[in-house]
Design a protein around this ligand. Structure first.
Ligand code: SGN
Ligand code: CA
Length: 528
Protein backbone atom coordinates (compact mmCIF):
# COMPACT_ATOMS: atom_id res chain seq x y z
CA UNK A 1 0.00 0.00 0.00
CA UNK A 2 1.37 3.43 -0.80
CA UNK A 3 1.80 5.98 1.98
CA UNK A 4 -0.83 8.17 0.31
CA UNK A 5 -3.34 5.36 0.27
CA UNK A 6 -2.64 4.44 3.89
CA UNK A 7 -3.18 8.05 4.86
CA UNK A 8 -6.41 8.13 2.88
CA UNK A 9 -7.81 5.00 4.54
CA UNK A 10 -6.81 6.18 8.01
CA UNK A 11 -8.55 9.50 7.37
CA UNK A 12 -11.63 7.76 5.92
CA UNK A 13 -11.92 5.52 8.98
CA UNK A 14 -11.44 8.48 11.34
CA UNK A 15 -14.02 10.61 9.60
CA UNK A 16 -16.46 7.70 9.66
CA UNK A 17 -15.88 7.27 13.38
CA UNK A 18 -16.26 10.97 14.01
CA UNK A 19 -19.55 11.32 12.21
CA UNK A 20 -21.22 8.25 13.68
CA UNK A 21 -21.03 8.89 17.37
CA UNK A 22 -24.68 7.94 17.81
CA UNK A 23 -24.15 4.37 16.65
CA UNK A 24 -23.98 1.76 19.43
CA UNK A 25 -21.53 -0.64 17.80
CA UNK A 26 -17.92 -0.35 19.04
CA UNK A 27 -16.36 -0.47 15.57
CA UNK A 28 -17.88 2.39 13.56
CA UNK A 29 -17.08 1.15 10.09
CA UNK A 30 -20.12 1.00 7.89
CA UNK A 31 -22.27 -2.16 7.87
CA UNK A 32 -23.51 -3.70 4.63
CA UNK A 33 -26.89 -5.30 4.05
CA UNK A 34 -26.88 -6.70 0.53
CA UNK A 35 -30.26 -7.98 -0.59
CA UNK A 36 -30.26 -9.79 -3.90
CA UNK A 37 -33.12 -11.49 -5.67
CA UNK A 38 -33.14 -13.84 -8.57
CA UNK A 39 -34.52 -12.83 -11.96
CA UNK A 40 -36.21 -9.70 -10.61
CA UNK A 41 -36.27 -7.15 -13.36
CA UNK A 42 -36.67 -3.37 -13.27
CA UNK A 43 -39.92 -3.57 -15.29
CA UNK A 44 -41.46 -5.19 -12.18
CA UNK A 45 -40.28 -2.66 -9.59
CA UNK A 46 -42.40 0.47 -9.36
CA UNK A 47 -39.62 2.97 -8.74
CA UNK A 48 -38.24 1.99 -12.16
CA UNK A 49 -41.47 1.22 -13.98
CA UNK A 50 -44.93 1.69 -12.51
CA UNK A 51 -47.00 0.03 -15.26
CA UNK A 52 -47.25 -3.41 -13.70
CA UNK A 53 -46.71 -3.68 -9.94
CA UNK A 54 -46.48 -1.60 -6.79
CA UNK A 55 -43.37 -2.28 -4.68
CA UNK A 56 -43.56 0.27 -1.85
CA UNK A 57 -40.75 -1.22 0.24
CA UNK A 58 -38.25 -1.57 -2.56
CA UNK A 59 -39.15 1.96 -3.59
CA UNK A 60 -38.48 3.16 -0.02
CA UNK A 61 -34.81 2.26 -0.48
CA UNK A 62 -34.59 4.44 -3.56
CA UNK A 63 -36.62 7.25 -1.96
CA UNK A 64 -34.27 7.31 1.06
CA UNK A 65 -31.17 6.97 -1.06
CA UNK A 66 -30.16 6.48 -4.65
CA UNK A 67 -31.46 4.76 -7.76
CA UNK A 68 -28.99 3.57 -10.39
CA UNK A 69 -30.51 4.09 -13.82
CA UNK A 70 -27.73 2.32 -15.71
CA UNK A 71 -26.83 -0.80 -13.72
CA UNK A 72 -25.81 -3.93 -15.64
CA UNK A 73 -24.44 -7.42 -15.16
CA UNK A 74 -21.42 -8.95 -16.86
CA UNK A 75 -22.97 -12.36 -17.70
CA UNK A 76 -26.74 -12.60 -17.32
CA UNK A 77 -27.12 -15.89 -15.46
CA UNK A 78 -27.33 -16.78 -11.78
CA UNK A 79 -24.08 -18.58 -10.91
CA UNK A 80 -21.87 -16.44 -13.14
CA UNK A 81 -23.47 -13.27 -11.82
CA UNK A 82 -22.85 -14.36 -8.21
CA UNK A 83 -19.23 -15.21 -9.05
CA UNK A 84 -18.77 -11.72 -10.55
CA UNK A 85 -20.32 -10.23 -7.42
CA UNK A 86 -18.09 -12.13 -4.98
CA UNK A 87 -14.83 -11.59 -6.88
CA UNK A 88 -15.37 -8.22 -8.56
CA UNK A 89 -14.08 -9.88 -11.74
CA UNK A 90 -15.50 -10.92 -15.09
CA UNK A 91 -16.23 -14.63 -15.73
CA UNK A 92 -12.98 -15.06 -17.67
CA UNK A 93 -11.06 -14.32 -14.46
CA UNK A 94 -13.27 -15.97 -11.80
CA UNK A 95 -13.72 -19.04 -14.05
CA UNK A 96 -17.39 -19.54 -13.27
CA UNK A 97 -18.71 -19.27 -16.82
CA UNK A 98 -22.08 -21.02 -16.65
CA UNK A 99 -24.56 -22.80 -14.37
CA UNK A 100 -24.25 -26.16 -16.02
CA UNK A 101 -20.59 -27.11 -15.90
CA UNK A 102 -18.82 -24.96 -13.31
CA UNK A 103 -17.97 -25.27 -9.63
CA UNK A 104 -16.91 -22.04 -7.94
CA UNK A 105 -13.38 -22.18 -6.61
CA UNK A 106 -13.72 -20.67 -3.15
CA UNK A 107 -9.95 -20.73 -2.66
CA UNK A 108 -9.83 -17.58 -4.82
CA UNK A 109 -10.03 -14.05 -3.47
CA UNK A 110 -13.56 -12.85 -2.63
CA UNK A 111 -14.73 -9.67 -0.96
CA UNK A 112 -16.38 -11.47 2.03
CA UNK A 113 -13.02 -13.10 2.82
CA UNK A 114 -11.26 -9.74 2.66
CA UNK A 115 -13.94 -8.15 4.85
CA UNK A 116 -13.62 -10.99 7.32
CA UNK A 117 -9.83 -10.53 7.47
CA UNK A 118 -10.45 -6.85 8.15
CA UNK A 119 -12.60 -7.69 11.18
CA UNK A 120 -16.09 -7.78 9.69
CA UNK A 121 -18.71 -10.34 10.66
CA UNK A 122 -19.97 -11.86 7.45
CA UNK A 123 -23.10 -13.89 6.67
CA UNK A 124 -24.99 -15.27 3.69
CA UNK A 125 -28.53 -16.64 3.78
CA UNK A 126 -30.49 -18.14 0.89
CA UNK A 127 -29.48 -18.85 -2.69
CA UNK A 128 -25.78 -19.30 -3.46
CA UNK A 129 -25.95 -21.47 -6.60
CA UNK A 130 -22.21 -21.95 -7.00
CA UNK A 131 -22.08 -25.73 -6.59
CA UNK A 132 -19.80 -25.37 -3.55
CA UNK A 133 -20.23 -24.54 0.10
CA UNK A 134 -19.46 -20.91 0.87
CA UNK A 135 -16.16 -19.80 2.39
CA UNK A 136 -15.46 -16.44 3.97
CA UNK A 137 -18.63 -16.32 6.07
CA UNK A 138 -19.02 -16.46 9.85
CA UNK A 139 -22.56 -17.68 9.34
CA UNK A 140 -24.17 -19.27 6.34
CA UNK A 141 -27.33 -21.15 5.62
CA UNK A 142 -28.08 -21.78 1.96
CA UNK A 143 -30.68 -23.50 -0.16
CA UNK A 144 -29.56 -26.44 -2.28
CA UNK A 145 -29.20 -25.37 -5.95
CA UNK A 146 -32.30 -23.48 -7.03
CA UNK A 147 -34.14 -24.37 -3.80
CA UNK A 148 -37.91 -24.64 -3.29
CA UNK A 149 -40.53 -22.01 -2.56
CA UNK A 150 -42.70 -24.29 -0.43
CA UNK A 151 -41.53 -25.91 2.82
CA UNK A 152 -37.92 -25.58 1.62
CA UNK A 153 -34.72 -27.39 2.51
CA UNK A 154 -31.64 -25.58 3.81
CA UNK A 155 -27.99 -26.62 4.10
CA UNK A 156 -26.15 -25.51 7.23
CA UNK A 157 -22.44 -25.05 7.87
CA UNK A 158 -22.18 -28.55 9.36
CA UNK A 159 -23.06 -29.86 5.90
CA UNK A 160 -26.47 -31.13 7.03
CA UNK A 161 -29.69 -30.55 5.13
CA UNK A 162 -33.01 -29.99 6.87
CA UNK A 163 -36.51 -28.96 5.83
CA UNK A 164 -38.44 -26.00 7.23
CA UNK A 165 -42.11 -25.16 7.23
CA UNK A 166 -43.27 -22.08 5.36
CA UNK A 167 -42.64 -19.93 2.31
CA UNK A 168 -38.99 -19.50 1.33
CA UNK A 169 -38.91 -15.70 1.04
CA UNK A 170 -40.29 -15.36 4.58
CA UNK A 171 -37.91 -17.95 6.01
CA UNK A 172 -34.80 -16.40 4.45
CA UNK A 173 -35.82 -13.08 5.98
CA UNK A 174 -36.53 -14.66 9.41
CA UNK A 175 -33.08 -16.26 9.44
CA UNK A 176 -31.37 -13.03 8.36
CA UNK A 177 -33.09 -10.95 11.05
CA UNK A 178 -32.35 -13.64 13.63
CA UNK A 179 -28.63 -13.45 12.80
CA UNK A 180 -28.67 -9.65 12.93
CA UNK A 181 -30.43 -9.73 16.28
CA UNK A 182 -28.79 -12.67 18.03
CA UNK A 183 -26.18 -14.32 15.82
CA UNK A 184 -23.55 -11.69 15.18
CA UNK A 185 -20.86 -10.19 17.35
CA UNK A 186 -22.26 -6.73 17.99
CA UNK A 187 -18.82 -5.23 18.57
CA UNK A 188 -17.91 -5.71 14.95
CA UNK A 189 -19.19 -4.20 11.73
CA UNK A 190 -21.10 -6.69 9.60
CA UNK A 191 -21.93 -7.62 6.05
CA UNK A 192 -24.96 -9.82 5.45
CA UNK A 193 -25.98 -11.08 2.03
CA UNK A 194 -29.68 -11.91 1.92
CA UNK A 195 -30.12 -13.88 -1.30
CA UNK A 196 -33.64 -14.79 -2.32
CA UNK A 197 -34.78 -17.44 -4.74
CA UNK A 198 -37.69 -15.12 -5.50
CA UNK A 199 -38.62 -14.37 -8.25
CA UNK A 200 -37.15 -17.32 -10.12
CA UNK A 201 -39.14 -19.61 -12.38
CA UNK A 202 -41.68 -21.17 -11.86
CA UNK A 203 -43.10 -18.29 -9.80
CA UNK A 204 -44.94 -20.16 -7.03
CA UNK A 205 -46.85 -17.66 -4.88
CA UNK A 206 -47.22 -17.48 -1.14
CA UNK A 207 -50.65 -18.89 -0.11
CA UNK A 208 -51.93 -15.54 1.11
CA UNK A 209 -51.26 -14.01 -2.30
CA UNK A 210 -52.70 -16.80 -4.48
CA UNK A 211 -55.47 -14.51 -5.71
CA UNK A 212 -53.47 -11.26 -5.79
CA UNK A 213 -53.28 -9.49 -9.18
CA UNK A 214 -55.95 -11.81 -10.61
CA UNK A 215 -58.15 -8.91 -11.69
CA UNK A 216 -55.32 -7.16 -13.50
CA UNK A 217 -54.74 -7.39 -17.24
CA UNK A 218 -51.09 -6.64 -17.93
CA UNK A 219 -50.07 -4.52 -20.87
CA UNK A 220 -48.49 -6.53 -23.69
CA UNK A 221 -45.08 -5.13 -24.73
CA UNK A 222 -45.04 -3.46 -28.17
CA UNK A 223 -42.59 -6.05 -29.48
CA UNK A 224 -44.34 -9.14 -28.06
CA UNK A 225 -44.81 -10.35 -31.67
CA UNK A 226 -41.21 -9.69 -32.72
CA UNK A 227 -40.29 -11.54 -35.96
CA UNK A 228 -36.52 -11.40 -35.19
CA UNK A 229 -35.67 -10.12 -38.67
CA UNK A 230 -31.91 -9.59 -38.96
CA UNK A 231 -31.23 -11.29 -35.60
CA UNK A 232 -30.30 -14.96 -35.99
CA UNK A 233 -29.71 -15.80 -32.30
CA UNK A 234 -32.95 -14.10 -31.27
CA UNK A 235 -34.79 -16.21 -33.83
CA UNK A 236 -33.25 -19.45 -32.54
CA UNK A 237 -33.70 -19.12 -28.76
CA UNK A 238 -36.05 -21.36 -26.79
CA UNK A 239 -37.51 -18.93 -24.27
CA UNK A 240 -40.59 -17.87 -26.13
CA UNK A 241 -43.74 -17.43 -24.05
CA UNK A 242 -46.05 -18.84 -26.72
CA UNK A 243 -43.78 -21.65 -27.90
CA UNK A 244 -41.61 -22.68 -24.96
CA UNK A 245 -43.51 -21.85 -21.78
CA UNK A 246 -44.78 -25.10 -20.27
CA UNK A 247 -48.52 -25.02 -19.81
CA UNK A 248 -48.33 -27.11 -16.61
CA UNK A 249 -45.04 -26.07 -15.02
CA UNK A 250 -45.17 -22.37 -15.86
CA UNK A 251 -48.84 -21.52 -16.18
CA UNK A 252 -50.03 -24.17 -13.67
CA UNK A 253 -52.78 -25.57 -15.87
CA UNK A 254 -52.56 -29.03 -14.35
CA UNK A 255 -55.24 -31.35 -15.67
CA UNK A 256 -55.79 -35.09 -15.20
CA UNK A 257 -53.32 -37.00 -17.38
CA UNK A 258 -51.22 -33.89 -18.23
CA UNK A 259 -47.89 -34.96 -19.70
CA UNK A 260 -45.74 -32.01 -20.66
CA UNK A 261 -41.93 -32.09 -20.46
CA UNK A 262 -42.03 -30.47 -17.03
CA UNK A 263 -45.17 -32.02 -15.51
CA UNK A 264 -43.20 -34.30 -13.17
CA UNK A 265 -41.07 -31.41 -11.94
CA UNK A 266 -44.24 -29.42 -11.28
CA UNK A 267 -45.81 -32.30 -9.35
CA UNK A 268 -42.66 -32.47 -7.22
CA UNK A 269 -42.89 -28.78 -6.29
CA UNK A 270 -46.52 -28.84 -5.26
CA UNK A 271 -46.20 -32.16 -3.44
CA UNK A 272 -44.15 -30.20 -0.87
CA UNK A 273 -47.32 -28.47 0.31
CA UNK A 274 -49.10 -29.99 3.31
CA UNK A 275 -52.65 -31.21 2.76
CA UNK A 276 -54.38 -28.01 3.90
CA UNK A 277 -52.11 -25.85 1.74
CA UNK A 278 -52.55 -28.18 -1.21
CA UNK A 279 -56.30 -27.93 -0.92
CA UNK A 280 -56.11 -24.15 -1.01
CA UNK A 281 -53.63 -24.21 -3.89
CA UNK A 282 -55.73 -26.64 -5.96
CA UNK A 283 -58.92 -24.73 -5.31
CA UNK A 284 -57.38 -21.73 -7.03
CA UNK A 285 -55.39 -23.25 -9.89
CA UNK A 286 -57.96 -25.99 -10.69
CA UNK A 287 -60.56 -23.31 -11.37
CA UNK A 288 -58.15 -21.77 -13.89
CA UNK A 289 -57.69 -25.12 -15.59
CA UNK A 290 -61.45 -25.60 -15.96
CA UNK A 291 -61.75 -22.19 -17.54
CA UNK A 292 -58.72 -22.79 -19.78
CA UNK A 293 -60.11 -26.06 -21.16
CA UNK A 294 -63.46 -24.50 -21.93
CA UNK A 295 -61.77 -21.78 -24.01
CA UNK A 296 -59.67 -24.05 -26.26
CA UNK A 297 -57.12 -21.32 -26.99
CA UNK A 298 -54.66 -21.52 -29.88
CA UNK A 299 -51.94 -19.42 -31.53
CA UNK A 300 -51.74 -15.78 -30.42
CA UNK A 301 -54.63 -16.20 -27.99
CA UNK A 302 -52.79 -19.00 -26.23
CA UNK A 303 -49.56 -16.96 -26.14
CA UNK A 304 -51.42 -14.00 -24.60
CA UNK A 305 -53.13 -16.27 -22.08
CA UNK A 306 -49.72 -17.61 -21.01
CA UNK A 307 -48.39 -14.04 -20.84
CA UNK A 308 -51.14 -12.96 -18.44
CA UNK A 309 -50.67 -16.04 -16.24
CA UNK A 310 -46.91 -15.45 -16.19
CA UNK A 311 -47.24 -11.78 -15.27
CA UNK A 312 -49.76 -12.48 -12.52
CA UNK A 313 -47.78 -15.23 -10.80
CA UNK A 314 -44.51 -13.32 -11.12
CA UNK A 315 -46.20 -10.24 -9.60
CA UNK A 316 -47.48 -12.31 -6.64
CA UNK A 317 -43.96 -13.56 -5.90
CA UNK A 318 -42.68 -9.97 -6.09
CA UNK A 319 -45.34 -8.95 -3.56
CA UNK A 320 -44.02 -11.36 -0.89
CA UNK A 321 -40.51 -10.23 -1.67
CA UNK A 322 -41.44 -6.58 -1.25
CA UNK A 323 -43.09 -7.33 2.13
CA UNK A 324 -39.95 -9.08 3.30
CA UNK A 325 -37.60 -6.33 2.20
CA UNK A 326 -39.90 -4.04 4.22
CA UNK A 327 -39.38 -6.25 7.28
CA UNK A 328 -35.60 -5.92 6.98
CA UNK A 329 -35.81 -2.13 6.53
CA UNK A 330 -38.11 -1.84 9.55
CA UNK A 331 -35.80 -3.97 11.67
CA UNK A 332 -32.73 -1.90 10.76
CA UNK A 333 -34.58 1.32 11.51
CA UNK A 334 -36.00 0.09 14.80
CA UNK A 335 -32.50 -0.86 15.98
CA UNK A 336 -30.93 2.38 14.73
CA UNK A 337 -28.78 0.33 12.39
CA UNK A 338 -29.97 2.22 9.32
CA UNK A 339 -27.74 5.18 10.25
CA UNK A 340 -24.48 3.41 9.61
CA UNK A 341 -25.51 0.76 7.12
CA UNK A 342 -25.33 0.65 3.35
CA UNK A 343 -28.48 -1.17 2.21
CA UNK A 344 -28.30 -2.50 -1.32
CA UNK A 345 -31.13 -4.02 -3.29
CA UNK A 346 -30.38 -5.67 -6.61
CA UNK A 347 -31.04 -8.80 -8.66
CA UNK A 348 -28.68 -11.36 -10.21
CA UNK A 349 -29.84 -10.03 -13.61
CA UNK A 350 -32.84 -8.61 -15.40
CA UNK A 351 -35.57 -10.62 -17.15
CA UNK A 352 -37.92 -10.45 -20.11
CA UNK A 353 -41.53 -9.74 -19.24
CA UNK A 354 -42.81 -10.53 -22.73
CA UNK A 355 -40.42 -8.18 -24.58
CA UNK A 356 -39.47 -9.89 -27.87
CA UNK A 357 -42.12 -12.48 -26.86
CA UNK A 358 -39.82 -13.88 -24.14
CA UNK A 359 -39.31 -14.93 -20.55
CA UNK A 360 -35.80 -15.71 -19.12
CA UNK A 361 -32.59 -13.69 -19.63
CA UNK A 362 -29.05 -14.55 -20.96
CA UNK A 363 -28.98 -12.17 -23.94
CA UNK A 364 -26.96 -8.97 -23.88
CA UNK A 365 -30.12 -7.11 -24.89
CA UNK A 366 -31.27 -4.43 -22.48
CA UNK A 367 -33.93 -6.20 -20.39
CA UNK A 368 -31.55 -8.93 -19.25
CA UNK A 369 -28.20 -7.15 -19.25
CA UNK A 370 -29.71 -4.53 -16.98
CA UNK A 371 -30.39 -5.21 -13.32
CA UNK A 372 -32.38 -3.13 -10.84
CA UNK A 373 -30.15 -1.38 -8.31
CA UNK A 374 -31.10 0.93 -5.45
CA UNK A 375 -29.19 1.81 -2.27
CA UNK A 376 -29.93 3.48 1.00
CA UNK A 377 -26.73 5.10 2.22
CA UNK A 378 -25.12 5.52 5.63
CA UNK A 379 -25.83 8.96 7.13
CA UNK A 380 -22.46 10.39 6.21
CA UNK A 381 -23.31 10.14 2.50
CA UNK A 382 -25.57 12.88 1.29
CA UNK A 383 -26.19 11.72 -2.26
CA UNK A 384 -29.87 11.29 -3.11
CA UNK A 385 -31.75 10.62 -6.34
CA UNK A 386 -30.56 9.11 -9.58
CA UNK A 387 -27.08 8.00 -10.51
CA UNK A 388 -26.76 7.62 -14.27
CA UNK A 389 -23.17 6.41 -14.69
CA UNK A 390 -22.59 2.97 -16.24
CA UNK A 391 -22.14 0.53 -13.35
CA UNK A 392 -21.84 -3.25 -13.31
CA UNK A 393 -22.06 -6.08 -10.78
CA UNK A 394 -18.25 -6.34 -10.70
CA UNK A 395 -18.35 -2.96 -8.89
CA UNK A 396 -19.90 -4.24 -5.65
CA UNK A 397 -16.73 -5.89 -4.34
CA UNK A 398 -14.48 -2.80 -4.63
CA UNK A 399 -17.28 -0.60 -3.26
CA UNK A 400 -17.72 -2.70 -0.13
CA UNK A 401 -13.96 -2.99 0.37
CA UNK A 402 -13.45 0.75 0.11
CA UNK A 403 -16.28 1.38 2.56
CA UNK A 404 -14.62 -1.04 4.99
CA UNK A 405 -11.29 0.76 4.65
CA UNK A 406 -9.71 -2.26 2.92
CA UNK A 407 -7.37 -1.56 0.05
CA UNK A 408 -8.93 -2.76 -3.22
CA UNK A 409 -6.66 -5.44 -4.75
CA UNK A 410 -5.33 -4.47 -8.16
CA UNK A 411 -6.59 -7.60 -9.90
CA UNK A 412 -10.23 -6.63 -9.28
CA UNK A 413 -11.92 -5.55 -12.54
CA UNK A 414 -14.72 -3.52 -10.98
CA UNK A 415 -14.57 0.08 -9.88
CA UNK A 416 -15.63 1.38 -6.47
CA UNK A 417 -18.93 3.26 -6.54
CA UNK A 418 -17.99 5.27 -3.46
CA UNK A 419 -17.16 8.47 -5.41
CA UNK A 420 -20.67 8.32 -6.95
CA UNK A 421 -22.22 7.77 -3.51
CA UNK A 422 -20.37 10.85 -2.29
CA UNK A 423 -22.01 12.90 -5.01
CA UNK A 424 -19.05 13.15 -7.33
CA UNK A 425 -19.30 12.73 -11.11
CA UNK A 426 -15.76 11.70 -12.05
CA UNK A 427 -14.78 12.86 -15.55
CA UNK A 428 -12.87 9.66 -16.14
CA UNK A 429 -15.73 7.31 -15.22
CA UNK A 430 -15.92 4.29 -17.57
CA UNK A 431 -17.58 4.96 -20.91
CA UNK A 432 -18.25 1.33 -21.86
CA UNK A 433 -19.12 -2.04 -20.35
CA UNK A 434 -17.96 -5.52 -21.29
CA UNK A 435 -20.32 -8.51 -21.42
CA UNK A 436 -19.75 -12.20 -22.10
CA UNK A 437 -22.33 -15.02 -22.02
CA UNK A 438 -21.14 -18.64 -22.33
CA UNK A 439 -23.90 -21.14 -21.47
CA UNK A 440 -24.51 -22.82 -24.85
CA UNK A 441 -25.63 -25.32 -25.93
CA UNK A 442 -28.00 -25.36 -22.97
CA UNK A 443 -31.55 -24.74 -21.80
CA UNK A 444 -33.16 -21.86 -23.77
CA UNK A 445 -30.44 -22.13 -26.44
CA UNK A 446 -29.10 -18.60 -26.31
CA UNK A 447 -25.91 -18.61 -28.34
CA UNK A 448 -22.59 -17.60 -26.87
CA UNK A 449 -21.79 -13.98 -27.33
CA UNK A 450 -19.72 -11.10 -26.06
CA UNK A 451 -19.96 -7.40 -26.65
CA UNK A 452 -19.59 -3.82 -25.60
CA UNK A 453 -22.20 -1.30 -24.48
CA UNK A 454 -21.66 2.43 -24.37
CA UNK A 455 -24.23 4.99 -23.27
CA UNK A 456 -25.62 5.00 -26.82
CA UNK A 457 -24.51 1.93 -28.76
CA UNK A 458 -24.25 -1.80 -28.34
CA UNK A 459 -22.10 -4.11 -30.42
CA UNK A 460 -22.54 -7.88 -29.97
CA UNK A 461 -20.57 -10.75 -31.45
CA UNK A 462 -22.24 -14.17 -31.50
CA UNK A 463 -19.53 -16.80 -31.84
CA UNK A 464 -18.80 -20.50 -31.25
CA UNK A 465 -20.85 -22.42 -33.83
CA UNK A 466 -21.91 -19.08 -35.36
CA UNK A 467 -20.06 -15.96 -36.38
CA UNK A 468 -22.12 -12.84 -36.73
CA UNK A 469 -22.42 -9.35 -35.32
CA UNK A 470 -25.22 -7.06 -34.20
CA UNK A 471 -25.16 -3.31 -33.72
CA UNK A 472 -27.85 -1.22 -32.03
CA UNK A 473 -28.38 2.48 -31.60
CA UNK A 474 -30.08 2.50 -28.20
CA UNK A 475 -31.10 6.12 -28.54
CA UNK A 476 -33.15 5.55 -31.71
CA UNK A 477 -34.01 1.92 -31.12
CA UNK A 478 -34.20 1.21 -27.36
CA UNK A 479 -35.97 -2.12 -27.95
CA UNK A 480 -33.10 -3.37 -30.14
CA UNK A 481 -35.23 -4.42 -33.10
CA UNK A 482 -33.06 -3.04 -35.91
CA UNK A 483 -29.65 -4.65 -36.31
CA UNK A 484 -27.55 -1.95 -37.97
CA UNK A 485 -24.42 -4.05 -38.42
CA UNK A 486 -23.16 -3.81 -41.98
CA UNK A 487 -25.73 -1.17 -42.93
CA UNK A 488 -24.65 1.93 -44.82
CA UNK A 489 -23.52 4.78 -42.63
CA UNK A 490 -22.54 2.63 -39.63
CA UNK A 491 -19.01 1.62 -40.67
CA UNK A 492 -17.26 4.22 -38.58
CA UNK A 493 -19.14 3.61 -35.35
CA UNK A 494 -18.70 -0.13 -35.85
CA UNK A 495 -14.93 0.26 -36.09
CA UNK A 496 -14.86 2.50 -33.02
CA UNK A 497 -16.86 -0.06 -31.03
CA UNK A 498 -14.70 -2.95 -32.24
CA UNK A 499 -11.64 -1.07 -31.05
CA UNK A 500 -13.31 -0.46 -27.68
CA UNK A 501 -14.26 -4.14 -27.43
CA UNK A 502 -10.69 -5.20 -28.22
CA UNK A 503 -9.43 -2.81 -25.55
CA UNK A 504 -11.81 -4.30 -22.96
CA UNK A 505 -10.90 -7.89 -23.84
CA UNK A 506 -7.26 -6.96 -23.48
CA UNK A 507 -7.87 -5.13 -20.21
CA UNK A 508 -9.81 -8.00 -18.65
CA UNK A 509 -7.55 -10.55 -20.31
CA UNK A 510 -10.44 -12.48 -21.82
CA UNK A 511 -8.88 -15.27 -23.90
CA UNK A 512 -11.85 -15.33 -26.30
CA UNK A 513 -10.78 -12.66 -28.78
CA UNK A 514 -11.64 -11.62 -32.29
CA UNK A 515 -9.45 -14.25 -33.85
CA UNK A 516 -11.19 -16.93 -31.84
CA UNK A 517 -10.45 -20.24 -33.43
CA UNK A 518 -13.82 -21.85 -34.11
CA UNK A 519 -12.24 -25.15 -35.05
CA UNK A 520 -10.81 -25.44 -31.55
CA UNK A 521 -14.09 -24.72 -29.84
CA UNK A 522 -15.70 -28.10 -29.60
CA UNK A 523 -18.42 -27.14 -27.18
CA UNK A 524 -16.33 -27.05 -24.03
CA UNK A 525 -17.46 -24.03 -22.06
CA UNK A 526 -14.04 -23.28 -20.69
CA UNK A 527 -12.08 -20.74 -22.65
CA UNK A 528 -8.44 -21.77 -22.37
C1 SGN B 1 -33.57 -23.24 -14.46
C2 SGN B 1 -34.80 -22.79 -15.26
C3 SGN B 1 -34.38 -21.97 -16.47
C4 SGN B 1 -33.40 -20.88 -16.09
C5 SGN B 1 -32.22 -21.50 -15.36
C6 SGN B 1 -31.17 -20.54 -14.93
N1 SGN B 1 -35.55 -23.92 -15.70
O1 SGN B 1 -32.85 -24.23 -15.16
O2 SGN B 1 -35.55 -21.44 -17.06
O3 SGN B 1 -32.96 -20.20 -17.22
O4 SGN B 1 -32.72 -22.15 -14.20
O5 SGN B 1 -31.67 -19.56 -14.09
S1 SGN B 1 -36.48 -24.71 -14.65
O6 SGN B 1 -37.29 -25.65 -15.46
O7 SGN B 1 -35.64 -25.42 -13.72
O8 SGN B 1 -37.31 -23.74 -13.96
S2 SGN B 1 -30.70 -18.87 -13.06
O9 SGN B 1 -31.32 -17.60 -12.69
O10 SGN B 1 -30.58 -19.74 -11.92
O11 SGN B 1 -29.46 -18.67 -13.77
CA1 CA C 1 -31.21 -15.51 -12.00
Amino acid sequence: MTVDKRFYYAMAAMSAIGSLASCSDADRRCNIVFIMTDDHTAQMMSCFDDRHVHTPNLDRIAADGVRFTNAFVANSLSGPSRACLLTGKHSCANHFYDNSSCVFDFSQQTFPKLLQEAGYQTAIVGKLHLEANPEGFDYWEIIPGQGDYYNPHFITADGQMHQEKGYLTNIITDKSIEWLERGRDKDKPFCIMIHHKAVHRNWLPEMKYLREYEDKTFELPDNFYDDYAGRTAAARQEMHIGKDMDIVYDTKIFTEGAKTRLTDAYKGFISRLDSAERKEYDAFYDSLAVDFISRDLKGDELAEFKFQRYMRDYAKVVKSLDDNVGRVLDYLKEKGLDKNTLIVYTSDQGFYMGEHGWFDKRFMYEESMRTPLVMSLPDRFERKGDIGELVQNIDFAPTFLELAGVEVPEDIHGVSLVPLLKGESPDDWRSSLYYHFYEYPAEHQVMRHFGVRTDRYKLIHFYNDQDFWELYDLQNDPSEMDNLYGKEGYGEITETLKAELAMLQEKYDDPVRFGYDKARNTGSLVAE
